[in-house]
Design a protein around this ligand. Structure first.
Ligand code: VG1
Ligand code: CO
Length: 543
């Protein structure tokens, strides 16, 4: 099994988006495409030489082949050791944790998250750095620059690696350790939450339903919810990971997990209903008769976090991505802690987490997590909710209503316009960017525009600047309209429109979100002219 240097030609499209490189499987299957990108990572991060690398993926189609290639190239690029989840399985938060536990120099995560999987669908790669965080933009830009010059890559040819056999194997000088994908993660969760309390809560005739959507969290949910917390096996749905996610779309929201909403609204609704996405970093939370929007979930967890075992030392700071509703800001103000507004994408939280300035952060896209990892963490959020319900004795609905009475309520919705021709989507952004300044001071219905600009972020830790991170039209505390382009799609361009409306009066807290946001939606069309400029009368997805 010689180490060989293979000559190759560069591809010019290996630019990472919001979270890694995502393309159709067929793109990754082009000759040397995967190898070129991996070599660019090895070249951009020389610290991997002589150190440990964590490798795993969400189990989707092409996962095993890609992992085999990654291991073969790691050995040829002088990595000392790779630690791989058995069968090539690792959830994104579990991989982030393993990087930390093993003081690894980085991790390769093979996932396109919630994007559908299969030969005609999507594949992706994320590179995480020492400490477990997502590669910052400076590094992903360096990887991209290197990929555009790529002329050769190093690989051990015909490597014989058994991904299913736990224990240690050797490939040339490199050690390969195949580990149980759940052990370390389950230990971490036990250290953060009161498992006895949750077990009791479940025993006292409370019920849980968790949908792994045939994606990566199945084995994690089986171990933690069923084996450790005593939930009946029937509490889990779709718990075996499948290469094509069962043909589904493991994006836990009101569209792709509508069956959970129906369950929540039915007579037999369990007390806590939840789901996570393809790679296990997203979460969806529902209770009997109620859906908790991700921005609310973040704020509600924040308001109770200090009562959970892993967080008794207190909250250092809170953060949300810019489009995420400002509910958590209210909690931060009450607690008297820092509250940060970052661009979309988990990588922007990582410096603040490393600097010890954040304890909890989240995104409107069903992502929540804490300082225990450097990724969002779906099961963590579900356990946080279970623990909070067990401690307070409240139902999800009671807890939400109490929160709104105390802090007010942020009604929230996101409209996605998918697969638009790029020039059309860019045209919508451009036209709003051009008109933004002139909006300030104008009134729409009861609202007056207090600010309208393009969001730009200066990282408080390293001073790096991320510009063009979305357009926002702000109506003081009352409302916001936000527009940005997605950075995770694999075909055409996706426009995301986010609507937020704040109400504090006691008689305005129980509206249906779509009713509360109807007038703002009309104002958004007046301001952004999406229907007019794209010809789309309705969004493709509303969450
Ligand atoms: C989307 C979400 C963003 C999230 C990202 C990765 O990005 O909006 O909040 O961090 O996906 O999530 P975009 O650029 O398409 O809006 V995941 O679960 O991929 O790892
Ligand atoms: Co994900």
């Amino acid at each position: 099994m010689p180490i060989r240097e293979i000559s190759t030609k560069p591809y010019t499209d290996q630019k990472s988006g919001t979270a890694g490189l995502r393309k159709k499987v067929a793109v990754f299957q082009q000759p040397h495409y995967l190898e070129n990108f991996l070599q660019s990572i090895f070249d951009a991060e020389p610290g991997l030489k002589g150190h440990t690398l964590i490798v795993g993926g969400d189990g989707r189609f092409y996962n095993r082949e890609a992992i085999h290639t990654a291991i073969s190239m790691a050995a040829a690029n002088a990595v000392a050791k790779v630690i791989v989840g058995q069968g090539g399985i690792l959830s994104t938060p579990a991989a982030s944790n393993l990087i930390r536990v093993h003081a690894a120099a980085g991790g390769l995560l093979f996932t396109a998250s919630h994007n559908p999987a299969g030969p005609d669908d999507d594949f992706g790669i994320k590179f995480n750095i020492a400490g477990g965080g997502q590669a910052p933009e400076s590094l992903t830009n360096r990887i991209y620059d290197i990929s555009k010059q790529m002329a050769r890559y190093r690989i051990v040819e015909d490597a014989d690696v058994d991904l299913d056999r736990r224990g240690v194997q050797k490939l040339e000088a490199m050690e390969i350790e195949i580990i149980d994908c759940v052990d370390d993660y389950a230990r971490l969760m036990q250290s953060l939450f009161d498992f006895d309390r949750i077990r009791d809560w479940l025993k006292k005739s409370h019920s849980l339903r968790f949908d792994a959507m045939h994606a990566v969290t199945g084995p994690y949910a089986q171990r933690i919810f069923v084996e450790q917390l005593g939930a009946p096996p029937g509490a889990l749905m779709n718990a075996s990971p499948l290469e094509d996610f069962g043909g589904g779309h493991p994006d836990p929201n009101l569209i792709y997990a509508k069956h959970l909403y129906t369950l929540a609204m039915g007579k037999e609704a369990p007390d806590l209903i939840a789901a996570s996405d393809g790679d296990g970093d997203r979460n969806m939370i529902l209770g009997r008769g109620i859906f908790i929007s991700p921005g609310d979930s973040l704020a509600m967890i924040a308001a109770h976090l200090e009562r959970l075992p892993g967080y008794r030392d207190g909250i250092k700071g809170l953060a949300r991505s810019m489009p995420t509703c400002r509910a958590v800001d209210q909690v931060a103000a009450l607690l008297g802690v820092e509250c940060h507004e970052t661009p979309t994408g988990w990588k922007f939280f990582c410096n603040l987490l490393d600097a010890g300035r954040l304890t909890l952060c989240g995104e409107e896209s069903f992502g929540t997590s804490s300082s225990h990892a450097r990724e969002k963490d779906g099961l963590w959020a579900v356990l946080a909710w279970a623990n909070i319900l067990a401690i307070t004795g409240l139902s999800v609905r009671e807890l939400a209503e109490a929160h709104w009475r105390r802090f007010g309520r942020h009604y929230y919705v996101r409209h996605d316009y998918e697969d638009l021709p790029a020039p059309v989507a860019n045209g919508v952004i451009q036209s709003l960017a051009d008109g933004a300044a002139a909006l300030v001071g104008k009134s729409f219905g009861d609202y007056a525009v207090s600010a309208a600009d393009e969001f730009s972020y200066t990282d408080p830790v390293d001073g790096s600047i991320a510009s063009a991170q979305g357009l926002r039209v702000v109506f003081g505390e009352d409302a916001r309209i936000i527009l940005r382009l997605s950075g995770t799609g694999t075909s055409g361009a996706t426009l995301r429109l986010y609507l937020e409306r704040f109400e504090r009066a006691p008689d305005r807290l129980a509206w249906a979100a779509q009713d509360a946001l109807g007038p703002l939606g009309q104002m958004a069309e007046q301001i952004t002219r999406i229907a007019e400029l794209t010809g789309r009368r309705t969004p493709s997805v509303i969450t």
